[in-house]
Write a protein that binds this ligand. Structure first.
Ligand code: SF4
Length: 475
């Protein structure tokens, strides 16, 4: 992935495990989910009914240290890593959010994006509920906290039936950990066991890191909760809902070692590369990936085409957000902060360069420029997803339609813009076949405009019109 504006929204984790160091387990679960958000991180712990939250801006390792983790003891915990999709980058928007409910507290962490935030927010404000942020997460938290039902699970069920959009979330109370997923299952959420205790997480890689066993994915519309009596599950049915997992989780967002719909994502990406090689063959000396997310597809392309695979771009592994801003000179170097071409490999060679997607095209042109600058004879770009034509309303910070280069340019115009020798995208049929799963299981709206969850007109108009900026576009 070379785009500079294409981020997943968040990673969530929750564990109910009395007698264990739940804060530390949550820290390591989040550590495996850091790729899903680098803007802020937080952990909430419940100890004998009392909730304590520590959260701040930055990477997990910038927010937590030994001393903080040692101070967070309890029986259950949830955690969150965030990349903002609604609400600006500020501390008040970091999660878990905490709110009082019937004299107790609840904490909530959310991944996704609602499409009816403003309607619900207005309704709650009319009932006298106060808000401190512009996030949809605060609306979900407030809906649960201010619901009249005495028990938490009824309040969660009512909230799940009222909110629309993409949401996978964890909730912590003094005595329970709850995980729930929207009726379309757009964002992932899975269930695991840890020494007889229960864990929920955005991806299976977060279970692996703590030695938990993957049990199953949480079903679309399912609410699970763990407490002193074990694990419980219930469903919210929504008319017209169908499974619609974000297909970009398969292409890029989720870690390749995670399992979704029973498939290891590295295997699917490998198949994407093989399909791409069959759809768009070319004579070349090497196949090189754009690391890290292009690696599996590049290996697949190489295997299918017989062209040797090699590393040609070295990634700085530590480029996650830092509080230190680059100065003007470094900013101009842009992509070199992340990737450095290996001249000894590249010089005089015809390259197939495999990346997972092109969003705006600016970073891709810098990449191509850099490869030619390092002496490449030809740069054949092969993209393991179809052209992105439509914006995402379900929690992926991609771009507005006006910013998506493929929405207004033909493939050859994109090729000319980025300066590549040739350019091919994987077809939508090729992508679907690579997942090994039927089309009916996925959201593919950013490729085909077929949005599984209705998008209110004002929100759609907003994204069509505006530059990026959720403040202008609260759904
Ligand atoms: Fe994923 Fe695209 Fe659907 Fe958004 S529109 S949820 S990025 S497939």
């Amino acid at each position: 992935m070379t785009s500079d504006h294409f981020q997943d929204s968040c990673g969530v984790f929750g564990i109910f495990a009395p007698g264990h160091d739940v804060a530390r387990l949550t820290f390591f679960g989040l550590y495996a989910l850091q790729h899903r958000g680098q803007e802020s991180a937080g952990i909430a712990v419940a100890d004998e009914g009392q909730i304590t939250v520590v959260k701040d801006m930055g990477l997990l390792s910038q927010v937590f240290d030994e001393q903080i983790l040692a101070s967070l003891s309890g029986q259950a915990a949830i955690g969150h890593v965030r990349y903002s999709t609604t609400g600006s980058t500020q501390w008040a928007n970091s999660q878990p959010l905490v709110r009082s409910r019937n004299g107790d507290s609840i904490a909530l962490g959310h991944n996704g994006n609602l499409v009816n935030t403003s309607e619900l927010r207005d309704e709650l404000i009319a009932q006298g509920v106060a808000f401190v942020s512009a996030t949809d997460t605060e609306v979900i938290t407030a809906l649960i906290a201010h619901h009249a039902a005495g028990d938490l699970v009824s309040s969660v069920r009512e909230a799940v039936s009222r909110i629309r959009g993409a949401f996978s979330a964890t909730v912590l109370t003094g005595k329970k950990v709850v995980g729930f997923r929207d009726p379309f299952g757009v964002r992932p959420l899975c269930l695991g066991t840890f020494e007889g205790n229960h864990v929920v997480a955005s991806e299976t890689c977060a279970l692996d890191i703590i030695g938990a066993e993957f049990v199953r994915e949480i079903e679309p519309g399912e609410i699970v909760y763990a407490d002193g009596d074990g694990l419980h599950s219930l469903r919210v049915e929504l008319e017209g809902a169908r499974p619609a997992m974000c297909i970009f989780e398969f292409i890029y967002f989720a870690r390749p070692d995670s399992i979704m719909y029973g498939r290891t994502l590295a295997d699917c990406r490998f198949e994407m590369g093989r399909h791409l090689a069959r759809e768009a063959p070319v004579a070349a000396d090497f196949v090189i990936p754009v690391p890290d997310t292009g690696i599996s597809a590049a290996i697949g392309y190489s295997r299918e085409s017989g062209i040797p695979y090699t590393e040609g771009l070295m990634k700085n592994r530590y480029v996650y957000r830092t509080f230190i801003q680059p100065d003007q000179h470094l900013r101009e170097l842009g992509i070199r902060m992340k990737l450095n071409p290996m001249r000894s490999v590249i010089e005089g060679k015809r390259l197939v360069v495999v990346d997972d997607s092109i969003v705006r095209g600016n970073t891709t042109s810098k990449l191509v420029d850099m490869l030619f600058g390092a002496g490449a004879a030809e740069v054949h770009l092969r993209i393991s997803s179809p052209p992105i034509m439509f914006p995402c309303y379900y929690g992926i910070d991609m771009a507005t339609r006006a910013e998506l280069i493929a929405a207004s340019k033909s493939i050859d115009e994109v090729r000319a813009h980025v300066g590549a020798t040739s350019l091919h995208y994987l077809t939508l049929d090729g992508l679907q076949a690579s997942t090994g799963l039927p089309r009916s299981q996925f959201c593919r709206a950013c490729f085909d405009g077929d949005y599984p969850i209705a998008v209110p007109e004002e929100l759609a108009m907003c994204k069509m019109r505006f530059e990026k900026g959720a403040e202008n576009c609260i759904p």
